[in-house]
Design a protein around this ligand. Structure first.
Ligand code: F6R
Length: 359
């Protein structure tokens, strides 16, 4: 494998049949549209007070729910739960605000959860490009946010996540969202200038990290309450873009189990590359744990790389890490000679399920 491949910009764009690089370049604008244009028409009627929030969705449509959950942890007076299943938890009822999120609008688990939410009388807001979810929402008089089509769902996190923040602000659960998104957009534009394919390997941290992860099993560690969802996102992006395995976990929890498992089999452990995501808001004791954890595993693994969040507010910092991970996973795909966009296995699975009549 030739490291110079990553600087052959023309070739990268040629190998990117679904425009993942273009979608990454447009992420700042996507976040802008997601805040100031998409939720604009939404009519939210007053109803019973909301005592819990549920985001139901799968894969690229669910990760925004987790970003919302972590964002709300110390800001929102009611709990946020993410549901990645056909069934909803028993507590869902008329006092639930439920975001039904499906980029395609045709994901069967999400449609099932939507129907259950209707039966339970939950207050629903749907986010989708169309499909059956849009049809149902229209037929049921459920408010829905039309997401622009033409992207891979995982490339649409701005569209699928930021409107949920705006809705929660409209309902009085959050404040200051617009200011934070405005800072986020500016920060992403700055980061873009460092991570884009046009930036050569010698000064592009995402290309450098992709090279380190090439031929290794990436293990991504974040911290509870800050980068936990981002670690999960990195893992998913490496899986879906590079078509390679990756694993994730969070501190402090992993100090109480996963860390013990770095003794054997040494020949497999030596193939792992650990990525530790860092955020200035990580708990001071977790920061200390990260340092000790690195010492404990240093001799067992192929390498350890720390990636630090940048940006002035929590949203910008989370997205700074997401942006690095997204670019790294796309560059990793190119190193493997893989087209990052298509996810044929997911398509196959959905088709196989549909041809079995959904049973
Ligand atoms: C594909 C992707 C997947 C989908 C998932 C659910 O890019 O990210 O994880 O998001 O299969 O499909 P949708 O988002 O259409 O509900």
């Amino acid at each position: 494998m030739d490291a110079k491949l990553l600087d052959n910009v023309k070739l990268l764009y040629e190998k990117d049949s679904k425009g993942m690089l273009k979608a990454l370049a447009e992420l700042p604008h996507q976040c802008y549209l997601a805040c100031w244009e998409l939720p604009g028409q939404l009519q939210l009627e007053d109803s019973v007070p909301i005592s819990n929030i549920v985001v139901t969705g799968l894969g690229g449509s669910a990760i925004g729910g987790d970003l919302l959950r972590v964002y709300c942890l110390d800001r929102c007076s009611v709990p946020v739960l993410v549901n990645r299943d056909y069934n909803l938890p028993a507590f869902v009822g008329p006092d639930t605000l439920l975001f039904a999120v499906s980029y395609s609008g045709n994901t069967e688990e999400t449609l099932s959860a939507y129907q259950q939410a209707r039966q339970k009388g939950a207050r629903i807001v749907a986010l989708t490009t169309g499909g059956q979810l849009a049809e149902l929402a229209q037929q049921d008089g459920v408010p829905w946010i039309r997401i622009p089509a033409g992207l891979q769902p995982r490339a649409a996190t701005g569209f699928l996540f930021i409107p949920t923040l705006v809705v929660l602000e409209k309902l009085g659960f959050l404040s200051g969202v617009e200011k934070e998104v405005a800072e986020l957009v500016e920060h992403l534009k700055t980061l873009q200038k460092n991570l884009a394919p046009e930036v050569p390997l010698e000064s592009n941290s995402a290309k450098q990290l992709a090279l380190k992860l090439h031929g290794r099993i990436p293990v991504i560690w974040g911290a509870s309450g800050t980068s936990e969802v981002v670690a999960q996102r990195w893992k998913g992006q490496i899986n879906e873009n590079a078509k390679a395995p990756a694993y994730w976990n969070v501190l402090p929890e992993l100090n109480h189990n996963e860390l013990v498992g770095f003794k054997v089999p040494s020949e497999l452990l030596s193939q792992l590359h650990i990525v530790i995501l860092r955020d200035p808001d990580d708990h001071p004791r977790v920061q200390k744990r990260m340092a000790i954890t690195k010492e404990v595993i240093a001799q067992s693994v192929a390498g350890i790389t720390e990636v630090s969040a940048s940006g002035g507010n929590r949203l910008a910092r989370a997205y700074s890490l997401i942006y690095s991970g997204d670019y790294t996973s796309v560059y990793l795909a190119f190193l493997y000679g893989i087209d990052p966009g298509p996810v044929e296995v997911i398509d196959y699975l959905k088709q196989a399920l549909a041809s079995n009549g959904g049973r």
